[in-house]
Design a protein around this ligand. Structure first.
Ligand code: SAM
Length: 214
């Protein structure tokens, strides 16, 4: 090849090359979530058909910290229809905790053994390894604001918990939540990545830090 042939090969500037490399890295993360990235809230996009509305980063962190405080070191936490809390707990690297994600959306099966397929319509149809009253804390955020959905989800929650329950749902469910789970509304107000038409609240059946802040 002569000098003049080499001169004809198009060269990328360092700036363009760096931008291209960044683009390829981003593409790779979207198709092959690995490492810590796979626990990013939003890596699995909201599907409104499944009533999916993810918590804001701040709310997910606050609820994950609450779960850690309640479950204690080496504790067991069940996240029922609340995938963002599972993701945040895993992002925080609390490997001493046993955390399970009970979810209907099979895209969350990327979390392997910790993913438990769950349909609230079959509230006690759970794998054998999930034994009764084996979780220090159960967090649940049922998909629909109906008495039927809360009643069926409550059956699962009561089966899983050793006693402590943290429920996130609409403010309009306050009475039903008290009746079905014996939980009371907290002062803390959970926020979502999008503004929702319905007011959401957290409910607990134990003394909680979530009751001290507005
Ligand atoms: C209102 S969202 C709660 C998500 C929560 N805000 C979060 O950020 O983790 C309801 C959840 O219920 C799940 N879901 C939808 N249909 C379900 C079903 N039939 N049984 C159990 N869960 C279901 C959705 O996939 C979604 O994760």
């Amino acid at each position: 090849m002569s000098d003049s042939d080499e001169d004809d090969i198009p060269q990328l500037s360092a700036h363009t090359f760096a931008a291209l490399q960044e683009f390829y890295e981003e593409q790779k993360q979207h198709t092959d979530p690995g490492g810590d990235d796979k626990y990013n809230i939003g890596i699995i996009e909201e599907n409104w058909q499944l009533s999916q509305f993810w918590y804001s980063q701040e709310t997910a962190l606050r609820l994950a910290e609450e779960a850690i405080a309640v479950a204690g070191e080496g504790g067991r936490i069940a996240c029922v229809s609340a995938p963002s809390i599972y993701q945040k707990l895993r992002e925080l690297h609390r490997e001493d905790l046993a955390v399970y994600i009970f979810e209907y959306d099979k895209r969350f099966a990327i979390y392997g053994e910790e993913f438990i397929f769950y349909d609230y319509n079959n509230s006690l149809d759970l794998p054998k390894k999930i034994t009764a009253h084996s979780f220090d804390l159960v967090i649940a955020d049922p998909p629909y604001l109906s008495e039927e959905c809360l009643r069926k989800t409550s059956e699962t929650v009561k089966y899983l918990t050793q006693g402590k329950i943290l429920l996130c749902t609409g403010a309009i469910m306050e009475e039903a939540a008290a009746k079905l789970l014996g939980v009371r509304m907290c002062k803390f107000i959970p926020k979502h990545t999008r503004n929702l038409a319905n007011e959401f609240r957290c409910y607990v059946n134990y003394d909680s830090g979530l009751d001290c802040e507005i």
